[in-house]
Design a protein around this ligand. Sequence first.
Ligand code: GUN
Length: 299
Amino acid sequence: MATVTSDNLIDGRALAEEVHQETRETIARLLAQGLQPGLAFIRVGEDPASRVYVGMKEKACARLGIKSRTEVLPETVEQRDLLRRISELNADPTIHGILVQAPLPCHIDSAAVFNTLSPRKDVDGFHPVNMGRLLLGDPGGFVPCTPAGVQQLLLRSGVPVAGAEVVVLGRGNIVGKPLAALLLQKATGADATVTLCHSRSRNLAGHCRRADILIAAMGSPRFVTASMVKPGAVVVDVGVNRVEDASAPGGSRLVGDVDFEGVQPIAGKITPNPGGVGPMTIAMLLSNTARAAALSAGL
Ligand code: GUN
């Protein structure tokens, strides 16, 4: 039985602070030129998780000197009204980034929403132009924040990615697909051999056991167990799942996609959850926003 220690933890909060420091320096240069980065959040309805996420992002903006504002639209908002609001923000020179928090109500066509964003203000990286740039390896676009955050976690904790067998679990548009595209680029922090697994993959556990770097982003509570992990592998847990727990306040608690207690003893390195990927996602959002502001002014 391996000894349980905490020295294999990837400290997402500390690494996010490193990114914040770099973003603060960019913002200071912009402020010196009279430009304060501005980020607009749009939240539709009262999904409790979305309220929490947007609240955390707003607080981070305030800490770094990004001016943010949040518009809350009713759950019943008509799609054309949401699209009109996005177009108005596209034209607002004080706003450099726009983030429409997902998930959106079923009657809204998410693709139409992301298509309406100006690619230059799409700091989430979800517009088809930015997704296309990512796939083509064009560094001029915005990379979605969670994939960019995972790459920075690996880079900044000294995990060799070039040539590594990376297995990504989950093919969602927000994490799995763009992350696979990012890590297979011919670039620093990439050059991996990437396998993207999903609900229809045969022999999922077999794929996982081959991984030097295993990234779980499929939204299944504690799906990845120790028997699916090669000893010494790096394990990154992107999952945020609410599960019932009668002993927890409110009767539920959040768990990741990885059975942390079982996997930590055999992993080479592992992200805690919370405190791993989450803080890096926010750090990359602010970094993208500062860059969007700089690009808007040709700086
Ligand atoms: N919902 C879950 N993750 C994200 C994200 O990265 N951006 C937005 N806009 N919504 C999300």
